[in-house]
Design a protein around this ligand. Structure first.
Ligand SMILES: Nc1ncnc2c1ncn2[C@@H]1O[C@H](COP(=O)(O)OP(=O)(O)OP(=O)(O)O)[C@@H](O)[C@H]1O
Length: 385
């Protein structure tokens, strides 16, 4: 199937409220696109418009040259003629049909012959690990099991485009992890296009080939997961993607002569013009802790006090106070400093992100960071330091 294109798509309601505003998006054939964002940002509305369950109030939706929706041209193709499979949070299984019959239903509707139906139902149940429940009715299943039946029902039909709205939300942590891997495998094997709605950034980072981060009906950034992680386009994206979240520090004198002023001085020494009323960001895993004498030359560094250490078994999150500001550092080596002890926190300049007063990423600072020499200072150690 050619790529799905959304061209200045908006959806507003009578109240005047916009669920989605001027959305431009290309979902290439075979992509795994995650629509990621907080509750109410317009993800589900976008998915429902692609499915044909909602009509845009302006803009066009196309698949290649074929127009699915166009307010101007008066075109609207109904959901059943779009060749897309849908799974929503509310799975809408037929209550009077067994699991196997529910999965088979779509195949019957498409007049798939009996023997092939059986093979496809068995294969889908195997993939989603629900073969043991084949003869049960939906009311005899847990929410997570019902969710897997809904996924199996859709996969059995083998649509060219899968539209998934929080399809893993009812699963426990282990099953969710397994299903993420399974969905990723299914996508890689089938080559179909997947559009998945989630508010879980880990879900987006682990499965997607493309992520669209949405905020209040607008797309803040669209890119590959690592691009979004490494170069967040705005303070919103920086704060939303990553766990623990990026440390964000108001620059200049916004907080008196605190950490912001300290960072501004350092950036100015490097030849950067820190954006006025801007924000600096540094990921917890980019913050290193050391004795002052051990900090390599040229690094940003400042004295800090350890407040709390939160070990998880494989990593240590360290809460620090630095020039009056709270920072979080993440380390993968045992860290057992006692609360109240002094340390020095440091980071290579290439690991600092700068955003202007408008919240957008500062391209000027990125250019300075890309100058020969600036990048050499980065010591990327895969998280271990
Ligand atoms: N029928 C409607 N009438 C008025 N406003 C609506 C309607 N449907 C959705 N909205 C509003 O549009 C905005 C976007 O809703 P949408 O369901 O797309 O968000 P979402 O990002 O999917 O949220 P969630 O993750 O909570 O499902 C919300 O502010 C919502 O209140």
């Amino acid at each position: 199937m050619p790529s799905i294109e959304l061209d200045r798509v908006s959806k507003s309601y009578l109240s005047g409220q916009y669920a989605v505003r001027d959305l431009d998006m290309v979902i290439p054939d075979g992509a795994f696109m995650c629509l990621l964002g907080p509750s109410g940002c317009g993800k589900t509305t976008t998915l429902r418009m692609i499915a044909g369950l909602e009509q845009p109030t302006s803009g066009d939706i196309r698949v290649g040259a074929k127009v699915l929706d166009s307010v101007e041209q008066g075109v609207y193709v109904p959901p059943e003629k779009r060749g897309m499979g849908l799974v929503f949070q509310s799975y809408a299984l037929w209550p009077h049909m067994t699991v196997a019959r529910n999965i088979e239903f779509g195949l019957r509707m498409r007049r798939v012959p009996g023997p092939e139906r059986d093979t496809r139902v068995r294969s889908a149940m195997g993939m989603l690990r629900i073969a043991d429940y084949a003869k049960r009715y939906p009311s005899q299943l847990s929410g997570g099991q019902q969710q897997r039946v809904a996924l199996a029902r859709m996969l059995a039909v083998d649509p060219e485009v899968l539209l998934l709205d929080e399809p893993l939300s009812n699963l426990d942590a282990r099953l969710r992890l397994e299903m993420r891997a399974e969905l990723k495998r299914i996508h890689q094997r089938s080559g179909s296009t997947v559009v998945l709605v989630t508010h879980d950034q880990l879900e987006a980072m682990t499965m997607a080939t493309h992520v669209a981060v949405m905020n209040e009906g607008l797309v803040e950034q669209l890119g590959a997961p690592m691009e979004i992680y490494d170069r967040p386009a705005s303070v919103f994206v920086a704060a939303f993607v990553g766990s623990p979240p990026m440390n964000l520090i108001p620059l200049g004198n916004q907080n008196g002569a605190g950490l912001g002023a300290h960072l501004t001085g350092y950036l100015a020494d490097l030849g950067g013009r820190p954006p006025e009323d801007g924000t600096a960001g540094v990921r917890p895993e980019s913050l290193r802790l050391a004795a002052e004498a051990d900090v390599p030359e040229g690094m940003w560094h400042a004295p800090a006090e350890v407040e709390t250490v939160l070990p998880t078994g494989s990593s240590w999150t360290v809460q620090l106070r630095c020039h009056g500001t709270e920072l979080f550092a993440l380390t993968f080596r045992a860290f057992d400093a006692v609360p109240g002890s002094s340390t020095v926190v440091w980071a290579p300049p290439a690991d600092l992100h700068l955003f202007g007063a408008d919240g957008r990423r500062s391209e000027d600072w990125d250019l300075i960071n890309q100058r020969p020499g600036a990048g050499d200072q980065t010591v990327r150690t895969g998280g271990v330091r």
